[in-house]
Design a protein around this ligand. Sequence first.
Ligand code: ZN
Length: 500
Amino acid sequence: MLQPFKVTPFRLYDSMRRAKVAFEPLVPGKVGMYVCGPTTYAPAHIGHAYSAIAFDTVRRALTFLGWDVTYVRNVTDIDDKIIKRANETGQDPLAMSAHFAAEYNRDMARFNVMAPSVEPKVTTHIQQIIELVARLVANGHAYAVGGDVFYEVRKFPPYGKLSGQTIDQLEDGARVEVDTRKKDPVDFALWKSAKPGEPSWDSPWGKGRPGWHIECSAMTVTHLGVTFDLHAGGKDLIFPHHENEIAQSQGADGTGTFARYWLHNGFLNFAGEKMSKSLGNVFNCDQIAEAVGGEALRFFCVSHHYRSPVDFDVQVVDNTPRFFSLEAADRSLAGFYTTLQRIDQFGAELTPGPVVPEAEKLVPDAKEALAEDFNAPGVVAAMHGAAKLANKLLDEGKGIDKQVRRRTLARLGKELREVGQAIGVLTQEPATYLHERRERLVKAKKIDVAQVQAKLDERKAARAAKDFTRADAIRGELAQLGVEVLDTPAGTDWRIADSD
Ligand SMILES: [Zn+2]
């Protein structure tokens, strides 16, 4: 059959079917994807970044495979947590949530998380939410009590399918919550009546605001339609949030509608423990970006499969958290940028003609890895292979045609960037990245830059005077300070020597 779109087919692990399946689009060549976004009441932390990076990688991978992706990620800008925090701090809830939403996007951009195609907010979808709740009341899936509206879970028999539980099991396990207005403890709120001082909107049930779950059902239908391709979110959202989304949307529009595939990402663990405030391992994005740079976290994340639980090594040294996992990722990333810089300095151009056959593998290998459940670590492995080949060609050109060598290096430089882009790394100019990295390491290792510069000047003078013994001695003195001197075609430079 003639393919109207040049796309690479892919397989993905669908949490609903509990199996890896081949993806079939609703519309050829297109993917509509919805990701549950943040509730903005505090600065974003590493857990938020981890989830945002996972699904941004899926989006980039799909784009790399030729798909036209519409990526919708919401912002919960009114919610119990927001109201509670605003009351505690004496702020206006909506102003506070808008502030943290802007901060969230600024933080995610540091990790090369792209802005969504659409970023719906609860406060701008109140009308759609009210209409959806009204439909559920009208068709008997929901009931109003006073100013509140609850979803009647027993009216939706498939409830629990995603999390693998029955309604009876859920009822047994339901926390002892005495809410006599509910018909059943498993019923959940679609609309909450206004309490004094809370932001509220007019509705057929009086002034109030939406419950948490209903927004995603209203936003998906508004921006992607009654049925759409991929729904993604953290594993912790499967129950109750995603079960409730399914119940709401299919309750309103019939079974078989809503998301066709479900993606959930694994947890980030800290020495085997989950992230929690009490364990003191909730690190803000600011802290991470300042310590190791945002791209190191990105590289760390894509070096692990998005569904695997990942162990994150952080230890407190001299009262300062040391992110050992990220420092290792940063060293690896610096290796790639150094390779790219060397290729750029080599100055080769991509001319038509043959290349070293091994260099032709990078793009097909990256596509193959991403088409099999978004295997980003497979891409990283292919990139390592390509960088190794590039460095070999840079180090020596013996036994290889000069033009083939030049062309191969140019191609590797171009394709390492393209493949990097597919997983959200190698997006900066090498000089910019390497300079910023040096600044961070200078600060962390308390290196006196003026002293380094004085020694470099002294070495330059010694070399000019052909006193190579002295020049070598100065190189040794700088090495003692943790500084490595680099004599490149572009002149003398220096970097902080890597140490584990
Ligand atoms: Zn959601």
